[in-house]
Design a binder for this molecule. Sequence first.
Ligand code: NAI
Length: 489
Amino acid sequence: MTFDYKIADLGLHEAGRHQIRLAEHEMPGLMALRAEYGDAQPLKGARIAGSLHMTVQTAVLIETLVALGAEVRWASCNIFSTQDEAAAAVVVGPEGTAEEPQGVPVFAWKNESLEDYWWTAEQILTWPGAAEDPELGPNMILDDGGDATLLLHKGVEFEAAGAVPATTDADSHEYSIILDRLRKSLAADPQKFTRLSAGILGVTEETTTGVMRLYQLAEAGQLLFPAINVNDSVTKSKFDNKYGIRHSLPDGIMRATDVLIGGKVAVVCGYGDVGKGAAEALRGQGARVVVTEIDPICALQAAMDGYQVARLDSVLEQGDIFVTTTGGKDIIMAADMLRMKDKAIVGNVGHFDNEIDMAGLAAVDGVRKVEIKPQVHEWVFDGGTERERSIIVLSEGRLLNLGNATGHPSFVMSNSFANQTIGQIELFTKAGTGEYRKQVYVLPKLLDEKVARLHLDALGVELTELSAGQADYLGVPVEGPYKSDHYRY
Ligand code: NAI
């Protein structure tokens, strides 16, 4: 079998396969779905364009989708997050060899440029033969952060307008790259995205930021196909975002800097699901944690959990470690970084790199950027002062838990990816039934509870069963679902 792909080094496939094998053991949810649906092949005929961090855990997801019958093309959703050995193992496949790969076309490597990144995003939508026969194109999207969905929607918008707009000064550097990419595509094939989008049955979206984009599109009446919001399954956001970050945030900081977190002052911007996990992890390492929030409910939660809640401005000179977790923008600006202590560490775990003002930092008078190692940079301010002062920025302001470490561990991603797999089955098998319209949906609670159930045995959890009388008294079925949709966990 020959197929196109672009990764760093196919020779890494054995190392990747060993890690995938160990990850499978830690991903009981995905393995249970393979056992449950392997024979029925519910994804047979699904052609999934996947855009999600190309890690070892994602490799287990990809091979689960394939085991359920899907064809897949994959890219990472972040320029730094690919684990090259995982990408190699997925291309080679469980049965293939480096000489004869039999796996899945992957377009991802660690340390892509932004131009590369948007090229890979287009590759997952560009299936062999689909230009001539749309039946060969993708019919499902699996997205993380919404970039594949964005590219498709922008392509359709510009095709309808007849041209890609000229880049303006107001456009970000990244947006100008997206416009360039679309200009090239539209010149070669003026109806590519319109044709593609007509074939898409739905998208499942992984993260808070991507989900926010989907709701915006749906509210504007511009969403082109049904969407499942995987993030707001309880077994996703209350687990991956919180317990996942509790593991992978300190992992990233430690691998990057080796600094002792104990005793330091750590400032966590945002106390949502990710912020809660971040603050707990840093406190667990002995840091004194300060939280910043704009939402009075989350601010009060942080205070009740025992954290100091302050404005960033009040603690800039005290913090040793600053972490943004807001999903917002312009959280730590260049002027803020200039006031920080010498060797303060600054990093982000929100989805996009606009929480930290990297452009402003690069424009500071006399600033120098020193690479300590890949994804760890010292920004030196001399500014004519007596002694040089510097700060350390991780992963150039992008997701540090994936750039400086390997992201969330397998067990928690098994929960997230079981939701992804179930979401793909839902949208694909129910396409055309009218059950899902061009709106954003969360999975039914019974399926959310199912995902949790699939992970209990591995942890030796003994779940108490309701008696019929108890169930009747509470007004819930013995087999669930147990909570109303507005219950918050
Ligand atoms: P969330 O909405 O639960 O939490 C964000 C919090 O930030 C909110 O409480 C909000 O009030 C607060 N906030 C907003 N603007 C702020 C500001 N200017 N200053 C201080 N606080 C502010 O969202 P969640 O689920 O915690 O996700 C946050 C980000 O992390 C998103 O971009 C999401 O996509 C990303 N994410 C990253 C992961 C990773 O592995 N690095 C994993 C999961 C999510």
